[in-house]
Design a protein around this ligand. Structure first.
Ligand SMILES: Cc1cc2nc3c(=O)[nH]c(=O)nc-3n(C[C@H](O)[C@H](O)[C@H](O)COP(=O)(O)O)c2cc1C
Length: 319
C-alpha cells in the first residue's frame, strides 16, 4: 500500500501561503490541513478566509481548511464562508488542547460529550453539501473519550478521522496511549489517519508495523524539521549536498519574501521568521547553535547576512 502523507496544521506556521510555497519546492504530500480559522467577527472571518483561499490555486496539493465550533450554528456559519471561498472539504478540529479553547467547549473540550458532537454533525450534514473530516485525539483528560464517540459516527458521512494518540492534558508531548489508539483504529467506522511523532523513515515504519491496515498518515513538526521527509517515506528522490542547500535556501527566501510583502515592521517580520526557525534550525547539524544565532538577530540586514552565511557554510543534517 502506498502511503498517503498529509501535512498537519501548526498554528502560526503552516498557513495556506506556506503550503503553496512548500508544494512548489518539495514532493510527497497528498494534501494539507490549515490551522483553525479564528472565530470572532463574521465579516472579519469571511475576509480572512477569502484572502487565504487565494493561495489554493498556486498550491500543488489540496488544502483543507479547519474550523473550531461548539454549536451547529457556529459550524455552519464558518463552513459556508469556506464553501463560498471555493473549498470542497473542511476539517473540524476536535483535538485542540489549549484551555482557552477547551474551556469554551471547543476542540478537545467537546470530546467528553459524544452526543453533542453527533448532534452537531447531523445538523451540519443536513444543512450543507460539503465533505467533512475530523481531526481529534484520544480524549480531554482520559484516553477513553474517542473510543465512546467512534461507534456513534457510523451513520455520518465523514471523509476520514485524523487521530493523535494523546489526551489534551498531554498536549503534544509524552508517551502516546498505544492501547487506546489500537482500540480506536479497530473501532473507527471511517478511514483513520494516524498523527503524532513521525519524525523519520524509521518512526514511520514503526507505525506501519503496528498498524498494517492504515495507509494515511499526517505529519507536522517532522515535515517542518525535514521538508524531505514525505519524499523519503514515499521513496522519491531527495537532493543532497549543494543542490539541497540551494533548494532549502530558496524555500526559506520565498517564505521570508511572503512576510516581507505582507507584514509591516522589522520586529514583526523577524518575530515571524523566528517562529519558523524553531523548526528550520533542524535543517542544520548544529541546530541548537543555529537557533541561538537566529534568536539574537535584531535587524533585517543582519538576518540576511546570517542566513546567507548559514546556507553557504553550515553543515546540513540528514546528509
Ligand atoms: C505549535 C503547534 C500548533 C498547532 N496548531 C494546530 C491547529 O491549529 N490545528 C490542529 O488541528 N492541530 C494543531 N496542532 C497539532 C498538529 O497538527 C499535530 O497534531 C501535532 O503537532 C502532532 O503531530 P506531529 O508530531 O507530526 O507534529 C498544533 C501543534 C503545534 C505543536
Amino acid at each position: 500500500m502506498l502511503p498517503v502523507i498529509q501535512f498537519a496544521p501548526v498554528r502560526g506556521v503552516t498557513t495556506p501561503w506556506f503550503y503553496s510555497i512548500f508544494s512548489n519546492n518539495f514532493d510527497g504530500i497528498s494534501h494539507a490541513i490549515t490551522p483553525f480559522v479564528p472565530l470572532g467577527n463574521p465579516e472579519k472571518q469571511a475576509k480572512r478566509i477569502r484572502n487565504d483561499a487565494k493561495a489554493i490555486s498556486s498550491c500543488r496539493f489540496a488544502i483543507v481548511p479547519q474550523l473550531l465550533a461548539q454549536s451547529s450554528s457556529e459550524f455552519i456559519q464558518t463552513a459556508l464562508f469556506f464553501k463560498e471561498a471555493g473549498y470542497g472539504t473542511i476539517n473540524w478540529n476536535l483535538g485542540c488542547p489549549y484551555p482557552t479553547v477547551t474551556n469554551r467547549g471547543r476542540g478537545a473540550g467537546l470530546l467528553p460529550f459524544p452526543e453533542k458532537i453527533v448532534s452537531i454533525l447531523k445538523d451540519v450534514t443536513d444543512a450543507l453539501q460539503i465533505n467533512i473530516s475530523i481531526k481529534t485525539r484520544l480524549g480531554l483528560t482520559t484516553a477513553d473519550d474517542l473510543g465512546r464517540l467512534l461507534p456513534l459516527l457510523c451513520e455520518l458521512p465523514l471523509d476520514e478521522i485524523i487521530i493523535h494518540g494523546r489526551t489534551a492534558r498531554q498536549m503534544y508531548e509524552g508517551d502516546q496511549h498505544w492501547e487506546a489508539l489500537d482500540a480506536c483504529v479497530q473501532k473507527s467506522p471511517h478511514p483513520v489517519v494516524l498523527n503524532g511523532d513521525i519524525t523519520s523513515v524509521d518512526s514511520f515504519l514503526h507505525m506501519c508495523q503496528r498498524y498494517p491496515g492504515i495507509s494515511r498518515f499526517m505529519i507536522g513538526r517532522g515535515l517542518l524539521r525535514d521538508p524531505y521527509l514525505a519524499a523519503r517515506i514515499s521513496g522519491l528522490p531527495v537532493p543532497a549536498g549543494a543542490e539541497r542547500q540551494k533548494q532549502l535556501h530558496q524555500f526559506h527566501n520565498a517564505v521570508f519574501l511572503h512576510y516581507r510583502n505582507t507584514l509591516s515592521g522589522t520586529a514583526h517580520r523577524l518575530q515571524k521568521m523566528k517562529e519558523y526557525w524553531v523548526y528550520f534550525a533542524s535543517w542544520f547539524e548544529e541546530d541548537a547553535k543555529v537557533f541561538k544565532q537566529i534568536k539574537k538577530i535584531r535587524t533585517e540586514s543582519d538576518y540576511d547576512a546570517l542566513v546567507a552565511q548559514l546556507f553557504e557554510n553550515a553543515a546540513l543534517s540528514n546528509e
